[in-house]
Design a protein around this ligand. Structure first.
Ligand code: C5P
Length: 226
């Protein structure tokens, strides 16, 4: 029997450094990368553009099943396209993050997006970034990592990222938005944000990106016997 394509599932709350770690792992192993949060963000953006209420379950499910979303990879850069239009930047606002977490709380919407995510499992391997990669979508992943950090340090990182992109934002507002989004993600009934029982938990609060990368690589090499 063929061996299943290996998966490294990386989950955790917003602003914890998952995106940076996953990109670095994808470059290191030369594996595919799934940014599952981008799918929920594009769904939310598309709903807002079409004036679909974020609570309208049946319309959201239809939208999710037919979402004209593509990821275009050019070297290390990934562009997110909705209806062939580049929305890479538009989906990165906190407003869309909040809207994404509202649509992501609806179980039928999550179910409608499940296969689309699983289709990313392609040889030689997949780095999967999200909230429920290890617990639901790829529960058979041989490697599961859960990153965590204090809300304060995550808000600081997020603020830096947003400022880097010329957004004028206030720390208190970012902290509040992150805290609200976390609460919704952790307390929802379906696929709540929590470590899979067999995940390695890394608290990144006082770690550098390099430290997190090194710890992850060590763990992955042990688990995959590389
Ligand atoms: O990771 P990112 O901040 O882009 O995710 C946006 C939102 O999408 C999260 O706050 C969460 O509610 C939702 N999400 C999810 N499951 C995933 C990835 C993201 O529910 N696997």
């Amino acid at each position: 029997m063929n061996k299943p394509v290996p998966i490294i599932a990386v989950d955790g709350p917003s602003g914890v450094g998952k995106g940076t770690l996953c990109q670095a792992l994808a470059n290191h192993f030369k594996w595919h990368l799934l940014d599952s949060g981008a799918i929920y963000r594009v769904l939310a953006l598309s709903a807002i553009k079409q004036a679909i209420a974020l609570e309208d379950e049946s319309q959201l499910v239809q939208l999710a099943l037919n979402l004209p979303l593509t990821f275009n990879t050019d070297g290390c850069e990934v562009k997110v396209l909705l209806n062939h239009i580049d929305v890479t930047k538009d989906i990165r606002t906190e407003q869309i993050g909040g809207a994404a977490s509202k649509v992501a709380a609806i179980n039928t919407v999550r179910a409608a997006l499940l296969q689309r995510q699983r289709d990313f499992r392609q040889a030689p391997g997949l780095i999967a970034d999200g909230r429920d990669m290890g617990s639901v979508v790829f529960s058979d992943a041989p490697v599961k990592i859960f990153l965590d950090a204090s809300a304060h340090s995550r808000a600081e990182r997020r603020m830096k990222q947003l400022q880097d992109k010329q957004n004028h934002v206030k720390f208190a507002q970012i902290l509040q938005e992150i805290t609200e989004r976390d609460l919704r993600d952790r307390n929802r009934t379906f696929a709540p944000l929590k470590p899979a029982i067999d995940a390695l938990i890394i608290d990144t609060t006082s770690l550098s990106i390099q430290d997190v990368f090194n710890q992850s690589i060590k763990y992955i090499n042990e688990k995959l016997a590389l």
